[in-house]
Design a protein around this ligand. Structure first.
Ligand code: GAP
Length: 499
């Protein structure tokens, strides 16, 4: 039986979402190329992210820093020393595997974050062998994930292992130019590079991937407040604290209740993250949760660390697609110490180093989750029911036939819709039924057809991808109708049903 991963991989390749990088040379493990549809979907995801998270505060901005950074950045941040994964090497064939993932795959339970000694014990207890050649495994060791590079002949640097550090280095200047106000948010959407030992599961574990991260610099004395907390106090978030690990139970807890365990500033942002996933990305409520990490599991820079997770069939459980991280002054403090540059600010009559709340998202994992969750099959067809705003195109537009002036009219309406700012997939070949199917297959939410009646009474039909219902509307209303449809209005209420 094909696994979900294989199925998504096959569909992604066949329809043009993504495929392995350097494919003509046999592919390069851990690197993927986004094809035309994948690119469109990803840029839609990113623009929804921008709109939502930069919209949280007038003092939040996006920056686009360099991806190659000074080696001392990563020494200061702790990545050179601590950004490591436990590995085991086969004595016979030399194959290297990530120790915790090897156990996870073979024993079907999570071993993330457990100590090296414990990993070694479990490997010994189960007499684990190399998955490739069944050879004996060496002792558990560690491998650093950073990609070192040499610039020119001798300048050492690293490809950034997370976008976050670039925001920390830019903080001082941005604070000065942005009129010295806190909280200040610096967002980066861009590449991160990690020398993953065993990249796997398509675009969910790669060596080059995209992160969307927002670093919020704030006064630590104000962590118990957020000016908009009142708006979310009764909003319920879905959480799995460490104490629920045994029974895997997800609690629905109001934000007010959550402040008994976490600061208000942190909880407010958890609520916003959940709203983004549920309301903007359309992730079903029962498939979403925040998972608290234990002290052993937390990233070395975090004081509070809750992963953002989505349940996927292919994983047989939850996949981490992001995190809400309270990084304290770990990073600014470290850069201050190593660079000898003052990272403190003067605000409210005090001088202090701001603390950081990080909202971190893996864009590729999100794209994978959307593909898996939105893929549907029924007797007649297969389709992606992407949220309308996220779909690779806003609409398909077709002439019913390529004659009688219908094709010319369709070309004219296509140009008009593009001028109105819509992305339009124009298709004039094959039967109309097949053209609708093609739109369904790539998840385009609406299909507009220009037919003989268009020439007579200046109307067109619009078909809804999900219900396959069609309505007829005046050409003059086309742009407004599509706008309303994309914003979520049901098709039935937008025009006259087509029988
Ligand atoms: N700045 C914090 C940070 O980098 P992280 O948990 O290491 O935190 C953030 O990474 C997100 O990036 C993860 O939640 C995940 O979605 C994504 N991510 C991490 N490693 C990845 C990889 N090898 N391939 C694809 N996505 C990855």
């Amino acid at each position: 039986m094909t696994s979900n991963f294989e199925k998504i991989e096959e569909i992604a390749r066949r329809r043009g979402f993504f495929w392995i990088g350097s494919e003509v040379y046999g592919g390069l493990s851990g690197f993927y190329d986004y094809a035309h549809l994948g690119s469109l979907l990803k840029s839609r995801w990113e623009s929804e992210w921008r709109k939502f998270f930069l919209g949280l505060d007038d003092n939040f901005f996006e920056i686009q820093p360099a991806e190659i950074m000074h080696e001392r950045v990563w020494q200061a941040s702790g990545h050179v020393e601590s950004f490591v994964d436990p590995v085991v090497k086969c004595r016979k064939c030399g194959n290297v595997e990530r120790a915790d993932k090897l156990l996870e795959e073979q024993l079907k339970e999570s071993f993330e974050g457990i100590s090296m000694e414990e990993l070694a014990k479990v490997i010994k207890k189960h007499n684990m062998k190399c998955p490739k050649c069944k050879g004996q495994l060496e002792e558990v060791g560690v491998l650093n994930l950073m990609f070192p590079i040499t610039i020119g002949n001798d300048v050492r640097a690293y490809l950034r292992g997370e976008t976050a550090q670039a925001a920390y280095l830019n903080f001082r200047r941005e604070f000065e130019t942005l009129r010295k106000r806190l909280p200040l948010g610096l967002a980066i959407i861009g590449k991160a590079f990690r020398n993953e030992i065993s990249p796997r599961q398509l675009i969910t574990r790669m060596r080059e991937f995209t992160q969307a991260e927002l670093q919020i610099f704030f006064d630590p004395e104000k962590m118990e407040e957020h000016r908009k907390f009142g708006e979310v106090k009764d909003y319920k978030i879905l959480v799995m604290p460490v104490k629920n690990r045994e029974n895997n139970q997800i609690d629905e807890v109001s934000c007010e209740e959550m402040t008994k365990h976490l600061p208000r500033f942190y909880v407010y942002h958890m609520a916003k993250v959940q709203q983004f996933f549920l309301d903007v990305l359309g992730i079903p409520r029962h498939l979403f949760r925040f998972k608290e990490l234990s002290d052993e599991e937390k990233a070395f820079y975090n004081k509070y660390h809750w992963d953002i997770e989505v349940k996927l069939e292919s994983i047989g459980g939850f996949l981490e697609i992001g995190g809400v991280h309270y990084r304290t002054d770990h990073d600014l403090g470290a850069h201050q110490k190593i660079s000898k540059q003052d990272m403190s600010v003067f605000a409210d009559g005090r001088k202090f180093v701001p603390h950081v709340l990080e909202l971190s998202f893996g864009v590729d994992r999100n794209i994978y989750a959307q593909l898996e969750l939105c893929y549907k099959e029924d007797r007649e067809r297969s389709f992606f029911n992407f949220p309308r705003r996220l779909a690779p195109f806003d609409c398909g537009l077709f002439p019913l036939v390529n004659k009688d002036g219908i094709d010319g009219k369709a070309e004219e309406l296509k140009a008009f819709m593009k001028d109105c700012g819509f992305s339009v997939f124009y298709d004039d070949s094959g039967s109309i039924g097949r053209r609708y199917r093609r739109m369904d297959e790539i998840g385009v939410p609406a299909s507009i057809t220009v037919d003989h009646r268009t020439l007579e009474d200046r109307t067109v039909t619009i078909r809804d991808r999900d219900s396959m219902k069609q309505i007829r509307i005046p050409v003059a209303d086309m742009a407004e109708t599509l706008r309303k449809f994309i914003s979520g209005t049901p098709i039935e209420s937008l025009g006259t049903p087509v029988k």
